[in-house]
Ligand binder design. Structure first.
Ligand code: PMP
Ligand code: GLN
Length: 375
């Protein structure tokens, strides 16, 4: 008897596997294919011979905690208390899972905005709670009226993902104002703010939950160094939560993993001494612009991309197939892998949209675009 009867293998696993089988260019699962900064790999090589291989304290390697405090302060002018409000996790996935497991109870409702990234629903179900999917507007802005209508006395949490995977949409000041008004009416609702792409925004600046003073006492903020430093496989992330929530979150964390990969924590801590997160947005903006330029004369229609390293495109002018079939054919016949957007919707809504990851070296983007322009 399955505890998660309707959860299937993640689309990222499915598409990456198929891309490998057909030797296709993998623009599906979101990970960079260019080399990691040599300064970071040099740190790891040096550290390998040092005494960094045993458990770190449960909340994380102390110098890394301190550097995250500095990072949050310099990015958002928020002072986080390292000992009571900060936790290093095995990527954002574990931060999100741990938070939900610690805070959501039987029959609670958790609002998830549709389309949404795939890792929120399963932990809610494992709590025997109910995920309530609320549609974003057609332009992927939150519809605060509909969100408010979905709130009930059972609503425990609303999950926001900003910048948004897969659509690349970012939240505005007015969105946060609406969220605050809503939360004033519902004093028991918590916010889980997934900001793994916080440093990957383009024309508009990212507005973090960290900067919203009225939210701080009821919001868990999640980030990931995998995204910021191009090391998705390291699975080092962190969460910030007010002390009363953090106490509960740590109770789960200590029995889920206790502590996370020591050498990678130390490496990131050392690296933070001389790397600047302010360059990441510019770096990916150039990639986005280059990829869009390369696809300009293709039959794909490019959707807006305000942040993240994902470009959504419509293939409606090319085919009437559903997006899963189209993605499979794209791999088999054209040698490019993408992610079908229907898989981000609870009801599998097919809008003839697919997502490409442009966190790739230019040669890869050029070859992929050549194949895509030939369709
Ligand atoms: N949230 C979002 C929106 C993501 O795109 C991802 C994928 N990386 C994660 C969370 C999980 O991040 P991590 O790899 O650090 O677990
Ligand atoms: N976040 C990545 C993406 O959106 C996937 C990570 C994973 O495979 N779990 O592509």
């Amino acid at each position: 008897m399955s505890k998660l009867p309707n959860i299937t293998t993640s689309i990222f696993t499915v598409m990456s596997k198929m891309a490998a089988e057909y030797n296709a260019i993998n623009l599906s699962q979101g990970f960079p294919n260019f080399p990691v900064d040599e300064r970071l790999t040099a740190i790891v090589s040096k550290l390998a011979k040092e005494d960094v291989h045993q458990y770190t304290p449960m909340s994380g390697y102390q110098p890394l905690l301190s550097k995250i405090v500095t990072l949050v302060k310099s990015s958002y002018e928020r002072t986080v208390q390292a000992d009571t409000e900060l936790l290093i996790t095995a990527g954002a996935t574990q931060a999100i899972f741990t938070t939900i497991l610690a805070l959501v109870k039987l029959n609670d409702e958790v609002l998830i905005l549709d389309p949404s990234y795939d890792c929120y629903e399963a932990p809610v179900l494992l709590c025997n709670a109910n995920p309530v999917r609320v549609a974003l507007n057609d332009d992927y802005t939150p519809n605060w009226e509909i969100i408010e209508k979905a709130c009930t006395p059972k609503t425990k949490m609303i999950i926001i993902n900003n910048p948004h995977n897969p659509t690349g949409k970012i939240l505005t000041k007015s969105d946060f104002d609406s969220l605050e008004i809503l939360l004033e009416k519902y004093p028991d609702i918590l916010v889980l703010s997934d900001e793994v792409y916080e440093y990957i925004t383009f024309e508009e600046k990212h507005i973090s939950a960290h900067t919203q003073k009225k939210l701080l006492n009821r919001c868990v903020m999640v980030s990931s160094f995998g995204k910021s430093f191009h090391v998705t496989g390291w699975k080092i992330g962190y969460l910030v939560a007010p002390e009363y929530l953090m106490k509960e979150i740590k109770k789960v964390h200590q029995f889920l993993v206790f502590s996370v990969n020591s050498i990678c924590q130390v490496a990131i801590s050392d690296y933070l001494d001389f790397v600047s997160v302010n360059e990441i947005g510019k770096f990916y903006q150039e990639k986005r612009d280059y990829f869009r330029q390369l696809l300009k004369d293709s039959r794909f229609k490019l959707m807006p991309c305000e942040g993240t390293y994902f470009q959504v495109v419509s293939y409606a002018a090319i085919s009437n197939e559903n997006d899963v079939d189209f993605c499979k054919r794209l791999i088999v016949e054209h040698g490019v892998a993408a992610i079908p957007i229907s898989t981000f919707y609870a009801d599998g809504k097919d809008l003839k949209l697919i997502r490409f990851c442009f966190a790739k070296d230019n040669a890869t983007l050029e070859e992929a675009a050549k194949r895509l322009c030939a369709i």
